[in-house]
Design a protein around this ligand. Structure first.
Ligand code: PAP
Length: 320
């Protein structure tokens, strides 16, 4: 008798049982959360300070319940449309640069989102217990999330794992999200405080700063990840090579990023739009700018966060 086959079949049936009872529990749980219609017309549920579609919420709760962090894990944590794709490419290329020949960088064949997987939008999306061992080909493990620091599983917060966080000026983030949502339709405060309290655990970046001097911030990123660039690597131009391979124009033009789609169904190409600072000024009317500026000032008041609104001038918003 093939015991391996039986135990596998048993495992599958057990996990189906767990899935269906978990689905029932979730349905009951959802009824207790505040609910609103989202931008795309689907229901959003309010949980721990954020609004989630039910599928993402289910994935998020599984992730919270079951993920076991390793001290060596690295997590790219971002608010949507703030530079996730770029930071995934930079972190992957920096962290694993000595684990593959340079001209065989997997980034050339697989997109950043395939190489650095989201917990809630990907790994736990249709799977209560994803096979993390097979997902992470390189070590240390590298993951990503859009979930806020305060909502992460305690196993992550209590472990020694590190975070790289990027934020972006809210005007460009808003336009980027709006354009992205329009395409889909056709077919930070908490992290800043946490990074100030624990700078060895969280590296806090801003899209605009990364855009202004990518090499400088990449050196800091490598140091933070515990893989600083050596003098030899600097002389050999490794930093410039990583900046170039992860650059917007390069990634956008790679075949792998022009075709196919992310697990969520979003075409890879939609993650690469313009990649500029200040594109909001091409879309917002003076009245909309005034409203947004007021709102941003109000929300950032006393936070210590400021954002560059344009690459050309020292047009800033927020409180220093
Ligand atoms: P996500 O949250 O859905 O993963 P995310 O990658 O955070 O999206 O943000 C997408 C933005 O980053 C897009 O900005 P835009 O709409 O203003 O153009 C995208 O163009 C930009 N982006 C993607 N890759 C890069 C890159 N390599 N360099 C700079 N910006 C990039």
């Amino acid at each position: 008798m093939d015991t391996a086959k039986i135990s596998k079949a048993e495992m599958v049936s057990k996990s189906h049982d767990m899935e269906s009872s978990w689905d029932d529990d979730l349905k009951k749980l959802l009824q207790t959360f505040p609910k609103e219609k989202g931008w795309l017309g689907s229901d959003l549920y309010f949980y721990r300070g954020f609004w989630y579609p039910s599928l993402i919420l289910k994935a998020f709760i599984s992730f919270q319940k079951h993920f076991q962090a390793f001290n060596s894990d690295i997590i790219v944590a971002t608010f949507p449309k703030c530079g996730t794709t770029w930071l995934k490419a930079l972190t992957f290329s920096t962290l694993y640069r000595n684990q593959f020949p340079w001209d065989e960088n997997p980034l050339l064949a697989f997109g950043p989102h395939r190489l650095v997987r989201f917990f809630e939008h990907d790994l736990y999306l249709n799977n209560t217990f994803p096979d993390l061992q097979n997902v992470c080909v390189y070590q240390p493990r590298l993951f990503s999330t859009h979930v806020s620091y305060g909502s992460l599983p305690t196993s992550i917060k209590d472990s020694g794992c590190k975070f790289v966080y990027i934020c972006r000026n809210p005007m460009d983030m808003f336009i980027s999200l709006w354009q992205f949502m329009a395409k889909i339709q056709d077919k930070n405060q908490e992290s800043l405080s946490a990074s100030q309290e624990n700078p060895n655990k969280i590296l806090f970046l801003k899209y605009e700063d990364l855009k202004e001097d990518t090499g400088y911030h990449l050196k800091n990123l490598a140091m933070f990840l515990g893989v600083p660039f050596t003098d030899d690597e600097e002389k050999q131009g490794v930093i410039e090579k990583i900046v170039k391979i992860c650059g917007f124009e390069n990634l956008k033009e790679l075949e792998v990023n022009k075709k196919g789609a992310h697990t969520s169904g979003v075409p890879h190409a939609d993650f690469f739009r313009k990649g500029e600072v200040g594109d909001w000024s091409n879309y917002l009317t003076p009245f909309m700018i005034e409203c947004l500026e007021k709102l941003i000032q109000e929300k950032l008041n006393g936070s210590g966060l400021t954002f560059k609104l344009s690459s050309k001038t020292s047009n800033n918003i927020g409180t220093a």
